[in-house]
Write a protein that binds this ligand. Structure first.
Ligand code: GAR
Length: 202
C-alpha cells in the first residue's frame, strides 16, 4: 500500500505540521508529508520541514492576485505529485479554481468549535479573543473539509476543552493547540481511510 502524498500549507510556527510529521512516522499511518509550502519566508514550519528531510518551498503572496498565488501553489503540489492538502495555520484564502481542483482532498484545522467562531477574519488569536469576549465556557478545535465558503466545509473531527474564567487569548490558544496536535493526525488518518475511493492505490 502506498501512502497518500500530503502537501502541507502553513504561514507560521508549524506545530501542527510537526504533529503530522510525527504521526506519519508510524508505518501503518496511511499518509506521508511530501512537501511543505509557506507564504512566509521566515515561518518556522519551513525549518521543521527541512529538519525532517521534507521539501520546503516559500511562495510569496505579495503583489499577486489570489488566482496567481493559488496557481503557483498548485504547480508545486503537482510537481511533488501530491494527493491531498492539509492547511495547518495557513493564513491566506485560496482561489475558486484551487478549491474546485482540490475538492474533497483538502483539510483545514481551525482553533474553535465550528460553525462558531469561523469565517473571514477569524484566525489565530482573533478566534480566542472572540471566544473569551463572547463569554463561552468551552472551546476546542475542528478539522474540516475545505470548501469555497471560509471555514464552512463538513467537520471531520472536533474536540472540546474548557474556557476558564482567568483565561487570556494566549492561555486559551495554548490549551486548544494541545488538542489540535492530537486531533489533526487522527482526522487525517480517519479521512484518508474513510475516503479510500479517492486514492485508488490504497
Ligand atoms: C493553529 O492554532 C491553527 O488552528 C490556526 O493557526 C494556528 C497555527 O499554529 N489556524 C487558523 O486560525 C486558521 N483559520 P501552528 O503554526 O503552530 O500549527
Amino acid at each position: 500500500m502506498r501512502k497518500v502524498r500530503t502537501g502541507v500549507l502553513l504561514s507560521g510556527s508549524g506545530s501542527n505540521l510537526q504533529a503530522l510529521i510525527d504521526a506519519c512516522r508510524a508505518p501503518e499511518f496511511p499518509a506521508e508529508i511530501s512537501c511543505v509550502i509557506s507564504n512566509k519566508e521566515t515561518a518556522y514550519g519551513l525549518t521543521r520541514a527541512e529538519q525532517a528531510g521534507i521539501p520546503a518551498v516559500f511562495v510569496s503572496h505579495k503583489g499577486k492576485s489570489r488566482e496567481e498565488f493559488a496557481a503557483e501553489i498548485d504547480d508545486i503540489l503537482t510537481r511533488y505529485t501530491i494527493d491531498m492538502v492539509c492547511l495547518a495555520g495557513f493564513m491566506r484564502i485560496l482561489s475558486a479554481d484551487f478549491f474546485t481542483k482540490w475538492d474533497n482532498r483538502m483539510l483545514n484545522i481551525h482553533p474553535a468549535l465550528l460553525p462558531k467562531f469561523g469565517g473571514e477574519g477569524m484566525y489565530g488569536h482573533h478566534v480566542h479573543e472572540a471566544v473569551i469576549a463572547a463569554g463561552e465556557t468551552e472551546s476546542g478545535a475542528s478539522v474540516h473539509v475545505v470548501t469555497a465558503g471560509c471555514d464552512e466545509g463538513p467537520v471531520v473531527l472536533q474536540e472540546k476543552c474548557p474556557v476558564l474564567p482567568e483565561d487570556t487569548p494566549d492561555t486559551l490558544a495554548a490549551r486548544v493547540l494541545t488538542i489540535e496536535h492530537q486531533l489533526y493526525p487522527r482526522a487525517l488518518q480517519e479521512y484518508v481511510l474513510r475516503n479510500s475511493f479517492l486514492w485508488k492505490f490504497i
